[in-house]
Write a protein that binds this ligand. Sequence first.
Ligand SMILES: *[C@@H]1O[C@H](CO)[C@@H](O)[C@H](O)[C@H]1NC(C)=O
Ligand SMILES: *[C@@H]1O[C@H](CO)[C@@H](O)[C@H](O)[C@H]1NC(C)=O
Ligand SMILES: *[C@@H]1O[C@H](CO)[C@@H](O)[C@H](O)[C@H]1NC(C)=O
Ligand SMILES: *[C@@H]1O[C@H](CO)[C@@H](O)[C@H](O)[C@H]1NC(C)=O
Length: 296
Amino acid sequence: MQLPLSPFTTFKLLILLLTLQLQAFPILSISPCKTFCGNIPINYPFGLDDGCGAPQFRHMLNCSIDLFFQTPSGAYKVQSIDYDKNSMIIYDPSMSTCSILQPHHDFLMTDIQSAIIPPSQDTVFALLNCSIDSPVLNHYKYLCFNFSGHGCDQLYGSCNAFRIFHLQTNSSPPCCFTSYNTVKFISMNILDCTHYTTVFNTDKLQGVGPLDWVYGIKLRFSVPDTGCESCRKSGGTCGFDTETEGPICLCSSFVNSTRECAAGSIISKGQKSYPWTNYQLFLLLGAFLHIVARLL
Ligand SMILES: *[C@@H]1O[C@H](CO)[C@@H](O)[C@H](O)[C@H]1NC(C)=O
Ligand SMILES: *[C@@H]1O[C@H](CO)[C@@H](O)[C@H](O)[C@H]1NC(C)=O
Ligand SMILES: *[C@@H]1O[C@H](CO)[C@@H](O)[C@H](O)[C@H]1NC(C)=O
Ligand SMILES: *[C@@H]1O[C@H](CO)[C@@H](O)[C@H](O)[C@H]1NC(C)=O
């Protein structure tokens, strides 16, 4: 069989390919962490790949079909993340809203989540159809409040989903607007309310009816100060050692430094420890020997 190209041309092509790959590889691998899930940017302190972001936020996000925030009570769809205001909007698809009635289930977070990414002050939990024995109507009455001048009657009156409570008894069953801390410390069963909904941006809802409220939960996260800024400025991505959880500046897939990426390290150190180099040299040598053997 005749080679379509002369052995020398083939050899030159191989060299060219190798050179191209050596140049392209470090550039492609500068960010070893996924930076988007769909159209939602994933930045510090969050991470999708293990070892990316801050260790405190490890295993919280999951990018399956969409971006999900994982808590002990379920996976909540992330609608947006605002890195300037340090807030994240999540939505529980099995929660009741003004237009749909669904059985309640608890909203649970881990202790770490409650500490570093709790629901914001302007997220209100509305406990609906409470029994008259509910603690929030008795001993813990003080946990309920009116927000922006709204009372629960408005929810029963304006929302198709909640009108049934009113119809059932021909009166308004008790309800309670409260904060996350109430549901954090008292489970829904003990609260003795059959349904709940959550509304955020409540400080902007003065005079706005329940049909126009925004249902969902706004979480406010705190960003751990681990010197990430200097890492980012040096062109790295903040991450952590998956065993010790100590902070690492990820400079590329094959160079880590503890604080920041040294200037030029991406190229120079990268090629030195480039794991493919030996393999490709081996291939190249094989091809070369093959060609030489054919020539002889
Ligand atoms: C990712 O989120 C989906 C939500 O649909 C959930 O079913 C799945 O178990 C989650 N995976 C992990 C590893 O948390
Ligand atoms: C409202 O609560 C009562 C018990 O307090 C319950 O019997 C009733 O079924 C609830 N209404 C709805 C629509 O779930
Ligand atoms: C909340 O508003 C309702 C009327 O909408 C009123 O009856 C109730 O007293 C108010 N509660 C508080 C604590 O202000
Ligand atoms: C760099 O750190 C990441 C995350 O801990 C790790 O997966 C990777 O193996 C490290 N690379 C090197 C060359 O140490």
